[in-house]
Design a protein around this ligand. Structure first.
Ligand code: MIC
Ligand code: SF4
Length: 657
């Protein structure tokens, strides 16, 4: 049978189950990546598994998120990660070397292989023809230990690209277009595969922008073929040996096909506060803009930066605009510095930020109240910038730089006529600057045994979940709407530094819902925990969208949250809940959501039996006096993990046989 790229890779890596869409499967993972904000927990959990050395072909630990270093916490994390990664047989990319996805694409990606990363934008490497998947840190720890990664065998959505992008229209506009079609909801369990005659016209960094932001669709991954463009990129990175051609069979069948003609695309923007709230830039024309930032793992490649520098050459940023750029990697920054593009940016008035996540994760550059901030990032969830009720728009670097010059939302296609700026077309360099000296190699086995691990006092080993009991008495401490993101559950920004200290970080669970002068969610949950009453959260559609941060399960678990009842739950978050023994329940009848009120007392009897084998469970709302049914959409393995008290205990049990 003719195969898609996705199924070709799955077939080669399958270790458990059958390749039937919708069924659970286990696959072998060739490469893993972790970043510091999720990596400390991943490595702490890896250590407690007692495996010693990583069993993958390649594992890389990156430091790119927590770089602000107010207080000792961040540096404690960096030193822990450097020492444990090398001891465990992993590579370690030091702070200053760049954003994990950009560096991985440049230095480690390999067509036809699998990559599992503790970051939701891991599919960036799908631009290299990898099946690259984001997951919780514990899942990545298990994969580092040689365990399979379990997922739902996906449906494949084919996106046929035809034509060529016109000047001033960017690959960012492709993914924004797709977000306008598929939205951020309802795509769980799918992979997006790009094919068609338009693919050959896109460079690897352009493809990576598209697969990166595929994360916002809520899909498992996104993938491009590996072709001449891929070879060119790998050759320019001095890694031609990693190349292998990789195409879908010509008559491969997709579950659905979406057509995008690149020649007809126009500049688009994701309006506040969701990546699928898409409008043509033309319609936003003239809206006053006060901040513009180019960067993040979506748009920080050399090509993006060179295009921006080309537009800025000999010009100044509008005086009302604060303009900042954050190159994606040290390689990009070094090349910009050497070819004087950086000088053009500085002269134009750009603030040069560190080559890290920075403002994308709320580490600085929070915009003023009520002003428009344009960013080339991938997420504009409310408050993610660090400013409450922010007005953040996601755009291409082309739209960003045009607006920075004009001081208002500007369709870049008018630049030529209005200010005489021609489109600076930028070619992929034939050779990138190659210097891996900021990537520490793993220690040889004979040195690893005695190597010391740096453990600062702010690094606390996370607690394990207590076993679930057969009757769960709980209280609804929070009832929330649709599209609750993991940023709502566990804020990042200024709180990111507590990632290695669950008791401390747990104090801000659901912080955005806390009201001044009232007890916080965390305080109320801890009070219930003391009385042996579980906390339950009720939610609408797509609960747990966005990041892979397992702290959105780990910290609620620490506070005594034992069940989430939602209309639907997103893939990575659902896996994280199960990994930390929180029961994910979905309403059998969505109308029951309306009947439950905050503070209602719920009782769930026969929970363990139901987890073992039932598809449904009855829940009693004792306060409102009614019963309702929820479904338990769990694979046999999920059930075993929940009953074992979480993935760590399950894995240890498996290892003991
Ligand atoms: C994000 O973009 O939200 C993050 C920060 O990279 C997260 C990971 C994290 O929370 O540490 C992600 O995308 O998974
Ligand atoms: Fe970093 Fe932002 Fe990319 Fe997340 S989305 S990895 S915070 S740059």
């Amino acid at each position: 049978m003719a195969k898609t790229l996705t199924y070709k890779i799955l077939e080669k890596h399958l270790v458990d189950g059958e390749l039937i869409p919708g069924k659970p499967i286990g696959i072998r993972i060739d490469q893993t990546l972790t970043q510091d904000a999720t990596g400390t927990t991943a490595f702490l959990l890896f250590e407690s598994m007692g495996v010693g050395r990583v069993k993958t072909e390649l594992s890389v630990s990156y430091v790119d998120h927590n770089m602000s270093q107010f207080g000792p916490e961040n540096h404690n994390d960096h030193l822990y990660l450097q020492s444990i990664a090398r001891k465990a047989g992993a590579y370690h990319s030091r702070p200053g070397n760049g954003i994990c996805h950009q560096v991985h694409l440049e230095r480690f990606s390999r067509p036809g292989t699998t990559l599992l990363g503790s970051d939701s934008h891991t599919p960036t490497c799908g631009g290299m023809g990898m099946l690259a998947i984001g997951a919780g840190g514990l899942d990545v720890a298990v994969a580092m230990g040689g365990g399979a990664f379990y997922l739902t065998c996906p449906k494949v959505i084919g996106v046929r690209l035809t034509g060529t992008l016109r000047d001033w229209v960017a690959s960012k506009d492709i993914i924004l277009k797709l977000l306008s079609i598929l939205t951020t909801k309802g795509n769980v369990g799918c992979v997006v595969e790009y094919f068609g005659s338009g693919v050959k016209n896109l460079t690897v960094p352009q493809r990576a922008t598209v697969t990166n932001m595929g994360a916002e669709l809520g899909v498992t991954s996104s993938i491009f073929p590996s072709d001449k463009m891929t070879r060119k990129f790998l050759e320019a990175q001095g890694r031609e040996k990693a190349f292998q051609p990789f195409e879908p069979d010509p008559d491969a069948k997709y579950d659905r096909v979406i057509e995008i003609d690149l020649s007809r695309l126009e500049p688009l923007a994701a309006c506040p506060s969701s990546p699928d709230n898409i409008r043509p830039v033309e319609e936003l024309h003239g809206l006053e803009v006060h901040q513009v930032i180019v960067g993040s793992c979506t748009n920080s490649s050399l090509n993006d930066m060179m295009m921006v520098a080309g537009v800025l050459k000999g010009r100044k940023i509008h005086p009302q605009v604060e303009f900042a750029i954050a190159p994606g990697s040290r390689q990009v920054l070094e090349m910009l510095a050497k070819n004087s593009a950086l000088a053009n940016m500085i002269v134009a008035g750009a603030r040069i930020l560190e080559n890290s996540c920075g403002p994308c994760i709320g580490q600085g550059c929070s915009p003023a109240d009520n002003v428009v901030s344009l960013r080339t990032f991938n997420r504009n969830f409310s408050g993610r910038t660090g400013t409450k009720n922010d007005r953040c728009y996601l755009v291409s670097p082309e739209t960003a730089v045009a607006s920075a010059i004009m001081g208002e939302f500007t369709d870049p296609r008018i630049l030529k006529d209005v200010v005489g700026i021609r489109y600076p077309s930028v070619k992929l360099p034939s050779r990138f600057e190659i210097d891996d000296s900021m990537i520490d190699e793993p220690l040889p086995v004979e040195e690893a045994y005695d190597a010391k691990v740096h453990r600062g006092p702010t690094i606390v080993v996370p607690e394990s979940p207590t076993p679930l009991s057969d009757t769960l008495q709980g209280k609804v401490l929070l009832k929330c709407d649709d599209k609750i993101t993991t940023d709502h559950i566990m804020p990042a920004g200024a709180f990111l530094k507590y990632r290695s200290n669950v008791p401390e970080y747990s104090k801000v669970v659901f912080n955005c819902f806390n009201e001044e002068d009232k007890p916080t969610f965390a305080e109320r949950a801890m009070e219930l925990k003391k009385q042996d009453i579980s906390t339950i959260v009720v939610a609408g559609q797509s609960y747990g969208q966005g990041s892979s941060r397992e702290h959105a399960a780990l910290c609620p678990m620490y506070l005594g949250v034992r069940a989430i009842i939602a209309k639907s739950i997103e893939r990575i978050h659902k896996a994280n809940l199960i990994n930390f023994a929180i029961v994910p329940l979905e309403f059998g009848n969505e109308a029951d959501y309306n009947k439950i009120n905050p503070d209602d007392e719920l009782s769930i009897a026969g929970l363990l039996k139901a987890i073992e084998s039932a598809e449904e469970i009855m829940i009693t709302d004792k306060t409102a006096s009614f019963d309702f049914t929820c479904s338990l959409k769990l694979s046999p393995r999920d059930r075993k993990i929940l009953l074992a008290g979480g993935l760590l205990k399950y894995t240890k049990k498996q290892a003991r046989g």
